[in-house]
Design a protein around this ligand. Structure first.
Ligand SMILES: Nc1ncnc2c1ncn2[C@@H]1O[C@H](COP(=O)(O)OP(=O)(O)OP(=O)(O)O)[C@@H](O)[C@H]1O
Length: 557
């Protein structure tokens, strides 16, 4: 069955909300009951107060019919309100849970996957696509069951009244069904295109916004606008096509329904003329017909919502089902505490197949040693640090800590063994103190401030409006390049990890600050094992040993 298939992706998140969804569906079914009774006050008024044979007190009948109408409308309104609140609340909770699962999933997927998937595209899947799925959850709950009940209820009443009219009502439904199935396929294809283009637009926009400084500095606003414009136009084109496909459905369905209603009016009218039906009963039949067509239309609209959700479900599933990850083995053990040393043994690695960055690379680092990696740009120095952190798995060879393969260690304990200062400092949109504390989950305020002092963060933090509690903005935009680097260094200083990995920690520092940071590095790395990447001779001088990567050690590119 198509219906649950596209929504199955929300299944685990929806399980906890099943009682709420069932309650909402129950309320909507009650509403159907009230809707079915709604035409009767009018029939009562027509047949017993306004017709040729009124009862003894027609005014009382009119009052009763009027009061009945008001009460029924109020009941329907209240049931509407209660069901909407219940189902929308449940849908939002499902959405929050689904987003959390997807986010958790993206955080643990391999960086190779992230290298391919743009962050804007992921945001679009987490927000818009999840939203479309929620629309479908609401539609299925409030439309599928109640519309089906309504359909059966109205048809049963029509059969009781006039079997001929019931047959006409039934004849319209399969025609609409066939049309709906064909339309559903077209809508789904159009929606898939629309969602793909929207994801691309989100990816391009995020990229351009992140690089707004480069755009302005290079005076390339026109170029940025052209890149954005191309994507934006593509989205507009596919969305307009999707709207066109969608809109064509409405008149088709309406025309089929109107033809059905017209035939019933003629045949029903003849039954009244022949005395088989009263005028009031014909009015009830016509009202039921309206009520019959509303679930038929509801069910066909539901197929449109499901077609849209189907396109989004595929995109959500792609994130949830992706198994491209650096996984812990089932019997993973805590990483050793680094008592003897680290060994890169015949390591081969490339980001892309057939393009090795490191090829049969060997390196030994003794515990307590400071080793500096030198080499031309792009040779694979940062890559060596990333492999040691197991951000990527090696293609061949092994990396050992105290003789234990990294792949046998659980990643959490492994990352706890390293304090890392990356080339790009990776600051969060948080305060200085929070950014430093990111280096050690048990960091105290005193520890953070001490680490800040040792990495010379004090020098500029004291001049900021809230000191260490000053928010840094997205990616630490409120700090200079050198200041960002010092915060990253403080992050390593606050960590108690036995090994420190430093990737160009003095880049973009003036000579005086660089000298001070080198001193700070000496203090913060004392008695620790250090792997250092730098082009700075003064910094390289603190190393016990310098290893030069060249094209023999690295892959042949
Ligand atoms: N995420 C990635 N996807 C594909 N290729 C990558 C990726 N990261 C790095 N590379 C490639 O791998 C090679 C090694 O990069 P790496 O950053 O390790 O060099 P590096 O020696 O640290 O250079 P630099 O001194 O300029 O920082 C480069 O040729 C680079 O183009």
């Amino acid at each position: 069955m198509k219906l649950p298939l596209s929504l199955a992706v929300a299944g685990p998140a929806a399980r906890a909300e099943l009682p709420a969804l069932a309650a909402a569906a129950g309320l909507v079914v009650l509403r159907v009951g009230a809707v079915l009774v709604r035409p009767w006050p009018l029939a009562l008024a027509v047949d017993h107060a306004l017709g040729p044979k009124p009862t003894a007190n027609p005014v009382a009948v009119l009052g009763l019919a009027a009061a009945g109408s008001v009460v029924l409308s109020a009941v329907i309104g209240l049931l509407d309100m209660a069901s909407l609140r219940t189902v929308e609340g449940a849908a939002e909770r499902i959405g929050a849970s689904l987003r959390a699962t997807m986010f958790q999933r993206t955080m643990t997927r391999s960086l190779r996957w992230h290298d391919r998937m743009r962050s804007g595209e992921l945001v679009s899947r987490l927000t818009t696509d999840v939203g479309r799925l929620l629309d479908a959850v609401v539609a299925v709950t409030t439309s599928f069951l109640p519309d089906a009940v309504m359909l059966v209820g109205v048809l049963a009443l029509l059969v009781a009244f006039d079997p001929e009219l019931a047959l006409i009502g039934l004849a319209v439904a399969p025609v609409l069904g066939v049309l709906a199935v064909r339309q559903r396929r077209r809508i789904r294809a159009a929606q898939q295109d629309a969602r793909t283009e929207s994801g691309r637009l989100a990816g391009a926009t995020t990229d351009l916004l992140r690089n707004v400084r480069a755009v302005q500095a290079f005076g390339r606003i026109d170029r940025a606008a052209a890149i954005f414009g191309t994507r934006n136009r593509a989205v507009l084109d596919v969305e307009l096509r999707a709207i066109d496909v969608d809109a064509r459905w409405t008149p088709m369905a309406d025309i089929v329904l109107a033809i059905g209603a017209a035939i019933v009016l003629v045949i029903g009218g003849r039954h009244v003329l022949s005395g088989a039906l009263t005028v009031g009963q014909l009015l009830v039949v016509l009202a039921y017909l309206r009520d019959l067509y509303s679930p038929v239309r509801g069910l066909t609209r539901l197929s449109v919502v499901l077609a849209k959700a189907g396109a989004s479900a595929a995109r959500v599933r792609e994130v949830l089902d992706c198994d491209e990850a650096v996984e812990d083995r089932y019997d993973a053990r805590p990483a050793p505490r680094l008592h003897t040393g680290i060994r890169f043994e015949q390591i081969s690695f490339g980001y892309e197949p057939g393009r090795p960055v490191l090829d049969h690379f060997d390196l030994d680092i003794a515990a307590g040693e400071t080793v500096c990696l030198l080499g031309p740009s792009g040779i694979g120095k940062s890559t060596t640090l990333h492999l040691l952190l197991r951000l990527y798995d090696v293609d061949a060879g092994r990396i050992l800590i105290d003789g234990v393969d990294l792949r046998d260690c659980d990643q959490r304990s492994l990352r706890d063994r390293f304090a890392f200062v990356p080339q790009d400092p990776w600051l969060l949109d948080a305060t200085i103190a929070e950014n430093i504390a990111f280096g050690n989950q048990n960091a105290t305020r005193a520890g953070v401030v001490a680490a800040g002092r040792s990495a010379l963060v004090d020098e500029f933090a004291d001049r900021l409006p809230f000191g260490y509690d000053t928010p840094l903005g997205e990616s630490g935009v409120r700090l200079s390049g050198g200041q960002r680097r010092r915060v990253a260094l403080a992050r390593a200083a606050v960590s108690s990890a036995p090994m420190v990995l430093l990737d160009e920690p003095t880049a973009s520092l003036d000579p005086v600050s660089a000298a001070a940071v080198i001193n700070a590095i000496r203090t913060t790395t004392a008695h620790r094992t250090v792997l250092l990447v730098t082009h700075d001779r003064d910094l390289a001088a603190i190393a016990d040993r310098v290893v030069t990567l060249d094209h023999q050690l690295a892959g042949r590119r």
